[in-house]
Design a protein around this ligand. Structure first.
Ligand SMILES: Cc1cc2nc3c(=O)[nH]c(=O)nc-3n(C[C@H](O)[C@H](O)[C@H](O)COP(=O)(O)OP(=O)(O)OC[C@H]3O[C@@H](n4cnc5c(N)ncnc54)[C@H](O)[C@@H]3O)c2cc1C
Length: 483
């Protein structure tokens, strides 16, 4: 069999789509049969094995991809366990001469992929990797000293001035399949679905898969993007694209998002949210730039002086935060939205993160772990950036003296308490004035609204003014040590 006609394995990972998929398109261009393969290998993710919410998503995403690939002509083959062994087995079974994949950028997968590449090359296999999940490769954008960026604005300016992201690839209409039938597990064999049905809220909220991604993006472009500048701060309205889990799993590529949004006609002055939105997409690129160049930051602060920060260890406080029982309605609404839907509004992510690290002085790593298990968009690069930003210990981080005030944030961004009433129903009958701070409401009004603080809804677990001063003191110490 001439090498160009031998089967090529396309190893799917976080690129669970057929459109604009460089590894798949290049495999088809090679000319031989194409074997789409997914290997469930959680042990290879280092300390960041998929959490419960992302496993739920992955289950549905794989079912969706399976259906699409079957329609295109070559079904998805599923295996589990050690990736190199699984690849070698499939190569042996099919006589494949090549393995193509789209790159991942997390520290443990980079290491694994390097080993696999060199081992397969030693076996005489043609191994090629592609960029399927970023607008810019992390090593393409460096500062004047050829060092990685630590400040977003400079990264953004340089990236957008120097590089035009490649346009999405042409759609495939057929996949040549191998002659022999190849053994495959069923998606259910991977046991990704939780045994207890805590995921019903996520089922109502999301449609994982390539089609769901496209529909989400279309709805956003048709109806939401124009008002993105203002609405993206209001948690009670759908003012953002909610595209993050689709991007994480690669059910849509950032290039597809970038060019679809760019193609949107300009609307009336003052309603042009698209440029602000595109800038947010570059924040994701910045997150990947950072995790690639500073791989230790998933666990450790980028700014080393923070390793000595006197974090507290208090399981009861942590649990109150996780369960949305802090007594601060906006914080609790966010934590419950997260638990119920697997997603949380960006502004509220900042509020709850600031509350954990600054009001409670609990380590940002605990927050990152909880998000990791509960977010459907849990993504090592973006989660690390978000938490280190909130704790003030990362790149372009919030200054130590920026402590989000959960009451003012609530009054400003949820003035009528619509978001709070949805997620914290036990205080829904309070008037707008008191819903942000029930502990200040007159006893009579609390009673009339059916609220008994400490019984039907918690009293604040910490006094914000006291906590703010305590945080400023602790963070100031770190700052002076680093000067
Ligand atoms: C503490 C904390 C933890 C976070 N953890 C994650 C995470 O695990 N996964 C994740 O995808 N995002 C994370 N974010 C970033 C951000 O909150 C989400 O990307 C955003 O809320 C997703 O909703 P959306 O798609 O509607 O966003 P939109 O406002 O519609 O933005 C579009 C896209 O731009 C990107 N983006 C926007 N803001 C950011 C940002 N600050 N950092 C990186 N990318 C951004 C995302 O890919 C997002 O989907 C975190 C933020 C914080 C403060």
């Amino acid at each position: 069999m001439p090498p160009s006609a031998s089967p090529v394995v396309v190893w799917f990972r976080q690129d669970l789509r057929v459109e604009d998929n460089p590894a798949l398109v290049n495999a088809v261009e090679r000319g031989g049969p194409v074997i789409p393969l997914f290997i469930w290998s959680p042990a290879e993710e280092g300390n960041w094995e998929s959490g419960g919410a992302t496993k739920w998503w992955l289950h549905h995403s794989l079912e969706n991809l399976s259906e699409t690939l079957k329609k295109l002509g070559s079904p998805l083959i599923l295996r589990e366990g050690d990736s190199l062994k699984a690849l070698r087995k499939v190569i042996k079974e099919t006589g494949a001469g090549a393995v193509f994949w789209n790159r991942r950028y997390e520290p443990s997968t980079i290491e694994r992929d390097k080993n696999i590449k060199s081992s397969l090359k030693d076996d005489g296999i043609d191994v090629q990797s592609f960029n399927g999940s970023l607008l810019f490769e992390p090593w393409q954008i460096m500062n004047g000293k050829n060092e990685p960026y630590k400040v977003f604005t400079a990264f953004y300016k340089n990236a957008t001035a120097l590089i035009t992201p490649p346009t999405p690839l042409d759609r495939l209409d057929k996949l040549p399949k191998p002659k022999e039938k190849i053994e495959s597990l069923a998606v259910s064999d991977l046991k990704l679905m939780p045994k207890i049905k805590w995921y019903l809220g996520m089922t109502e909220e999301w449609t994982p898969g390539e089609r769901g991604a496209k529909e989400n993006l279309d709805n956003f472009i048709d109806g939401v993007v124009d008002d993105y500048i203002g609405d993206r701060n209001i948690p009670s309205v759908v003012g953002t694209s909610k595209i993050s889990p689709y991007l994480h799993f690669g059910e849509i590529s950032p290039r597809q998002v970038w060019y679809a949004v760019k193609a949107k006609d300009k609307t009336s002055a003052g309603r042009d949210g698209k440029n602000t939105y595109l800038k947010e997409i570059v924040w994701r690129e910045f997150a990947y730039h950072l995790i690639y160049h500073f791989p230790h930051t998933a666990e450790k602060p980028l700014r080393p002086e923070f390793e000595k920060f006197p974090w507290r260890d208090d399981k009861a406080l942590l649990e109150a935060w996780q369960k949305g029982m802090t007594g601060y309605p906006l914080v609790d609404a966010g934590m419950r939205e997260l638990w119920h839907t697997g997603w949380m509004h960006n502004r509220i992510r900042m509020v709850v993160a600031s509350f954990l690290v600054k009001d409670l002085i609990l380590p940002w790593q605990e927050g990152a772990k909880w998000f990791w298990d509960t977010l459907v968009d849990a993504d090592l690069a973006s989660n690390t950036l978000g938490w280190q930003w909130s704790a003030g210990c990362g790149a372009d981080a919030a200054p130590y003296f920026r402590v989000f005030n959960p009451i003012l944030q609530s009054e400003k961004f949820d003035p009528k308490g619509k978001y709070i009433r949805k997620w914290v129903p036990e205080i829904a009958k309070l008037e707008d004035k008191w819903i942000h701070k029930p502990w200040e409401a007159p006893e009579l009004l609390l009673k009339a609204a059916g609220v008994e603080l400490g019984k039907t809804y918690p009293k604040p677990i910490v006094d914000h003014s006291f906590a703010r001063n305590r945080a400023l003191e602790a963070f100031k110490q770190i700052k002076s040590k680093s000067e």
